[in-house]
Every structure is written in C-alpha cells, then in structure tokens.
Design a protein around this ligand. Structure first.
Ligand code: MG
Length: 478
C-alpha cells in the first residue's frame, strides 16, 4: 500500500531522475535511525533510451545495512544505511507509484513518460545472484529489449480520421514492423496496423473505429513488442495531413555558436541554413534611424530615446556594429531566399508607433523589397496601419487575444500566436485557414512542442532552434 511513496515523507520509489539530475534510473529510500531518518538516493548511471525497456531491482537489506540498485541484472550502486525503513506519515503520500515520486498530486512528482510492464514487491531482500536470476527470468520478448528503436518521438496530440497517415518518428524501424495502438482507457482492445518504414519514421494508416483518447504505441516485430510512448488521437472529420510548416528563425539563427541574436551574422546563418524566414526587431531613434535590437535598452542606452549618433558605436558580442534595418534588407536581398520577418517594436506612444511603421514601410518600398519581407507586431493598430498601407504585405498580429475573424475584417491576414494560446485554442487554426489567413506559432523550442505545432497544422513555426526543427523534418521525409 504505502511501500512506494513520497520519499521526502517516507517510503521508496523507482524512477528516472529529472533532466537536471542527469536522467538516470534511480532508487530512492527513506531509512536511517529514527532520530534522524534520511532520504537515500542510489544512482545507476544508466540513462534510459526512448523505445527501450529496462529491468530494475531496488533492494533494501536491513540486516546487512545496505541498499542496492540493479539494472538488467547488474549491480549499479550500493549505499550503506542502518535503521528502519520509514513509511510516510502523510496519508496523501501513501499510494503506489513506480516511475515517479508519489507526492501530493495525482501525477506524482517528476513522473516519466513510459510504460511499466510488470511490478512486483518481495518481502525478502534479493542478493546479487537472485537479482541476476530475476533478470534472466524476465520475459524479454514482452520487455522489448530485443528491439532497438532510437530517437522515438510521437506527435503528442494529433487530429486523425480513418485512413489518416500517422507517423511515429524514430530510427531503427525495419520492414515488416507493425504498430500496435492500445487505448489507455480500454487496454483489452488493441489494434495492430502494418507500417511503412522510412529512414526517420514508420507510417501507419489510422484504422476505422478509432475514437478520441490517449493511446499507448508499441512496435511489433516477429512476435516481440517494444513501447514507443503515449499520444492522444482526436477524431476529426477533416484532419490536416502531417507536413512541415515553414521555419522562421527567431531573432535569426542565433543559437549557432558565436552568433548573437539580431545580427547580420544571424541573418547570414539563417540564409545558409535555408530557412523561410529570419525574424528581427526594429526600433527608431529620435532622429528617425531604424536600428535592430530586441530589448529597448542596449548598454544602458534606451534606443528610442537616443539619436543614432549616440548609439552608432555600440557593438554586439561578436564585434558587429549595432545593425541597421537597411543593412538587414541589403543582406536579405543579396544572401539568398530567406525572407526578413520584421517585428515593429512597441514604442512609447501611438505616434511613435505610427512613425516607426511608416519609416519601415517607406524603406522597404524605396529598396524594392516588398516581396522579401513580412511584418509582425504586438500592437493591433500597427498591424492595421500596415494592412491598409500595404494590402499585399503579410502582417501577423502577435498578442493572441483576438479571434481570427476580427483580424481578417481589418485585413490582418496572419495570426502569429504563442504556442500556449494555439495549443489550447486549437480551433483558431482551422478558423484562420477558413478565412484564408496564415497561422504562425511562437516561440517553439522543445522537440515535443515542435511536434505538437506540426500536428496543429500551422503554416509557420518560429523557433530559436531552426536547425533542430529541420532535423525533425528530415525524419518526416518519405
Ligand atoms: Mg521579435
């Protein structure tokens, strides 16, 4: 009942440490003298790989005053500890949790995402030979250890319908592999589907009868199975096929080593990577010069309150001089097909916002760059102003607080909304597309959010890691 429980309160747990703690398989135990009980953590040094199964044995041997942790039959660590095993006092911590630290929430603290095939609790401590015997007796076909799939990634939530091509990303799939999908709420009714195997993924056709819910995915090969993870499938009449949205490098491709954000170097790196867009931020000085920087302040100077003369010698971390919009446009013209996605920063007054907007539009027109730029802004008045002055320009509204139809009425034909907004208000993507609008999503940096964004069916993804997003696209290629 309370053997596995929150070890800060008492009990023990088998789990995977958080990424900050190294992601390794750990065994935690609350033991020691009654006057000074203590939490013991045994670290295996084994970092689990996605798609693989592990056999883990945690032992507390009171007589020998040691705790031991075994992974796949091998002793990985021991810890000397005397006294009694301490059960948790707080009733809310008294529940069974393997793969997490059973804290006060129903999910536990730091749960891992995966499947537990089998769990047993023994009343006697195992020695090395017994732990090895447990491993050799384990059903390795079910445990999946004979199947090696790496870099597994699932689309966390995906709208599907019968015949929809769903893919599980990963490497190591083999011709003849099938995918078994098991409803989490109805595990006795799995469905097995033949897969089409590609370098970076396996593709399946969603069968009839799938309903909305969470599903466990398994790879099936020659009668053996290995877990792939859990994802949510949502039944839709009109699911959007999985494809690769255009990539926009947020403040340029600045996560490349030695490249500061909002620099000519970050624009050049974006062009070399071959992304669709390079986003950049524009301020206007008191004397009407358009300069590039994200924050309003650089080296203690408030850009919109300075003359250009006062800030012209400021340097970026790579030694580059504070770039001008004209420099960025010139590099956009000469360096490739990457578009410049110009964010008009919100200035101190509406008048200043109008001034910077008009100055940018004029520069783009004077340089003949209308077909190489798009605009974005958090200020709806600015978006409206651009839409009215340059009806052919793509303008995206960033704040995320209006329905697509409200913006379309004003000629603002792109919702460029935060991930947190669109992931919750998924209908907005379909609404926008129904109105002929584009959808951009920002700022999407984790693998999981990238896959969620792809499954949302957006047109553009803005990210600090455009290289990683393109790697994921390569895995999706047929
Ligand atoms: Mg920006």
């Amino acid at each position: 009942m309370s053997v596995f429980s929150s070890v800060e309160d008492g009990g023990a747990g088998l789990s995977v440490a958080s990424s900050a703690q190294g992601n390794e398989i750990i065994f935690e135990l609350y033991t020691g003298q009654e006057s000074s009980p203590r939490m013991v953590t045994l670290r295996s040094g084994v970092v689990p790989e996605k798609g693989k199964a592990y056999h883990v044995v945690g032992v507390w041997d009171k007589e020998k005053e040691t705790a031991r942790l075994y992974v796949n039959g091998e002793l990985t660590s021991t810890f000397g500890t005397s006294g009694d095993f301490v059960l948790p006092e707080n009733p809310v911590n008294q529940w069974f949790g393997i793969g997490c630290d059973a804290g006060t929430s129903s999910r536990g603290q730091d749960p891992f995402i995966g499947d537990v095939f089998l769990a047993r609790v023994y009343s006697q401590p195992a020695d090395d030979a017994q732990a090895a015997a447990l491993w050799s007796d384990a059903d390795k076909g079910v445990a999946g250890s004979v199947i090696s799939i790496n870099d597994v990634m699932l689309f966390p939530t995906c709208a599907v319908g019968p015949g929809f091509k769903y893919m599980v990303l990963g490497t190591g799939f083999q011709d003849g592999d099938a995918v078994k999908i098991v409803p989490v709420s109805d595990m006795d009714n799995p469905v097995e589907v033949e897969g089409d195997v590609y370098d970076g993924h396996i593709s399946i056709s969603i069968p009839d009868g799938i309903t909305t819910g969470n599903y466990s995915f398994y790879i099936v090969r020659n009668g053996a199975e290995a877990p792939l993870g859990v994802a949510r499938l949502e039944l839709s009449d009109n699911p959007v096929p999985l494809s690769a949205p255009r990539v926009i490098a947020h403040r340029g491709y600045h996560t490349l080593s030695g490249v500061p954000e909002n620099s000519i170097a970050a624009l050049k790196a974006s062009q070399e990577l071959g992304v669709y867009g390079c986003e950049t931020d524009v301020w206007i000085t008191t004397d009407g010069v358009l300069v590039i920087h994200h924050d309003g302040v650089l080296s203690g100077m408030t850009l919109q309150d300075c003359t250009y003369e006062e800030i012209r010698n400021l340097k970026l971390s790579n030694g580059e001089t504070l770039p001008l919009l004209s420099d960025m446009l010139e590099q956009t013209r000469t360096g490739g097909d990457t578009r410049l996605i110009i964010e008009i920063k919100e200035h101190s007054t509406d008048e200043r916002n109008a001034l910077v907007t008009d100055a940018i539009l004029k520069m783009v027109e004077d340089m003949g760059m209308e077909d190489h730029v798009e605009y974005i802004c958090f200020d709806r008045d600015v978006c409206r102003r651009i839409a009215s002055a340059a009806p052919d320009a793509m303008v995206g509204y960033l704040t995320g607080d209006f329905e697509p139809a409200d913006l379309a009425e004003e000629g603002i034909m792109c919702i460029d909304y935060p991930f947190s907004t669109l992931n919750i208000n998924r209908y907005m993507v379909a609404d926008a597309h129904g109105l002929g609008m584009k959808v951009n999503i920002w700022t999407v940096n984790s693998d999981e959010d990238m896959l969620a964004s792809i499954a949302l069916g957006v047109d553009y993804i803005t990210t600090d890691y455009p290289d990683r997003l393109m790697e994921i696209y390569e895995m999706m290629e047929e």
